[in-house]
Design a protein around this ligand. Structure first.
Ligand SMILES: CC(C)(COP(=O)(O)OP(=O)(O)OC[C@H]1O[C@@H](n2cnc3c(N)ncnc32)[C@H](O)[C@@H]1OP(=O)(O)O)[C@@H](O)C(=O)NCCC(=O)NCCS
Length: 418
């Protein structure tokens, strides 16, 4: 038990305490100046958030917020559809107050509110795997980190498309447009509502809370204007370093495959660069197939990114498209607090439009809500999860049918960690 009192919403004059608790719990390195910049930036973002906080003896000792966002889900025609999501973020409990039920109390309330609002699902990016499963969240997409070795023989992407270099201040004009086009190509992409770009680009009065890097920006123009955007900064500039010079890509946003090819062509052709690091990319980067030597693009690591908790199964499953025609009856078990996903539903698709309704038909697959959430974006399959006992096939052939229906043309990728 704890004497801390939970406040929702947390009053705006607690913004400083909210951030201090969050940054301390996440072990972020701060200075008085950087804190001041963070508070100033955060004050402009605050009105959009639904906030929770616990206060003990006048001090904020726990924080949680949810943000109304959208996520791209597999669409009916190989493209994507957009769905409202309750995005859980800024979760922290001070080390002096941990394991007394503060997270459980705040999160139970926020999930109930999301369900009452009619959100079909809640999403998050987890600091650690074991925290959120007990609340019904499950990993639904992986992101990957790559090293590109452009000076290797055949490590080129042939592209003759012209690119133009621009100043950082000019990017804001079209960045959102290009990013929205990219979301049409990939499921799993969380949106970037205002002030995401102004904060990222340090414009409109947003201040740098971390040392600024000089970024080089490059744009690809399609027939209707900017379609691709790339930024990079130098990470290894010592000419005596035996590993050679290196850069890291901060943004690689492609709103068309022509833009994608042109930007990768540019990355493989910068003189002097021995290594290009690309964090937070797709696990199935198509650039591999553009390179003369696919091994020049090395997947260094891969980690769970977006976690999903289904709050309204018929709504969530009815909002996405399916790769082929078919019908499956799921019996969904949801033992997590709230039990929001429990019930039996029929998912039907003619290969284009889809619907999902509660049903009394006998089930084809018995699944946990968490297994269904893991398969929702097309990042994992029911067959994969059946190995761990989270899916049981009750009608022969149903596992294969569900795998085929839920598959996405591209594995979900989310470069926006909220
Ligand atoms: C993760 C964190 C928010 C948990 O808060 P908390 O108030 O201690 O959580 P609760 O007391 O409600 O714990 C509920 C249950 O989850 C378990 N749990 C909580 N955090 C856990 C963790 N990091 N690893 C494993 N289990 C965890 C608790 O043991 C408890 O289990 P029990 O009911 O079987 O006893 C807190 O430890 C924290 O702020 N950590 C550092 C920052 C961080 O990781 N934030 C998350 C950002 S995504």
């Amino acid at each position: 038990m704890t004497d801390a009192k939970i406040l929702h919403p947390l009053p705006e004059d607690e913004i400083g305490g909210f951030l201090t608790n969050l940054l301390t719990a996440l072990l972020r390195s701060t200075t008085p100046d950087s804190n001041q910049a963070r508070v100033a930036n955060f004050r402009r973002y605050w009105p959009r958030l639904r906030t929770w906080g616990a206060v003990d003896a006048g001090r904020v000792v726990a924080t949680l917020a949810t943000d109304p966002r959208t996520i791209s889900v597999p669409g009916p025609d190989g493209r994507t559809a957009l769905l409202d999501a309750d995005a859980l973020t800024m979760v922290s409990v001070a080390a002096t107050h941990r394991r007394r039920g503060l997270l459980t109390a705040m999160l139970s309330e926020s999930l109930q509110e999301a369900r009452d609002r009619g959100d079909a699902l809640s999403i998050l990016v987890a600091a650690e795997w074991p925290i959120y499963g007990r609340f019904g969240y499950a990993p639904a997409n992986d992101n990957a980190r790559y090293s590109l070795h452009p000076r290797r023989r055949l490590a080129t992407v042939p592209s003759t498309q012209p690119l133009r270099q621009v100043d950082q201040a000019d990017v804001a004009e079209f960045a959102q447009h290009v990013f929205e086009r990219q979301r049409g190509l990939w499921p799993g992409q969380v949106d970037r509502p205002d002030p995401w770009w102004p904060t990222h680009l340090r414009i409109d009065g947003y201040q740098a809370s971390e040392p600024e890097r000089t970024r080089t920006w490059v744009v690809y123009d399609g027939g209707d204007g900017p379609e691709g955007l790339l930024s990079w900064h130098v990470t290894r500039s010592d000419w005596d370093d035996p590993r050679g010079l290196a850069i890291e890509v901060g943004d690689l946003v492609a709103g068309s495959w022509a833009a994608y090819t042109a930007l990768w062509g540019y990355l493989t052709s910068i003189d002097l660069v021995e290594e290009v690091v690309l964090p937070t990319r797709s696990v199935d980067e198509p650039a591999r197939w553009l390179l003369g030597d696919g091994r020049a693009l090395e997947q260094v690591s891969r980690e769970d990114a977006v976690w999903v908790r289904l709050l309204d199964v018929p709504k969530a499953l009815g909002a996405r498209g399916y790769a082929c025609a078919g019908a499956v009856v799921f019996d969904v078990d949801d033992p997590a607090p709230g039990g929001y996903g429990a019930g039996r539903v029929l998912v039907e698709s003619d290969g284009g439009a889809a619907r999902c309704t509660p049903t009394r038909h006998s089930p084809d697959l018995q699944v946990t809500q968490r297994a269904l959430a893991s398969c929702y974006l097309g990042g994992h399959s029911f067959s994969e999860l059946s190995v761990a006992g989270a899916v049981a096939e009750l009608t022969p052939g149903a596992l294969k049918r569900a795998d085929a229906m839920f598959a996405a043309p591209r594995r979900p990728w989310n470069p926006t960690l909220f």
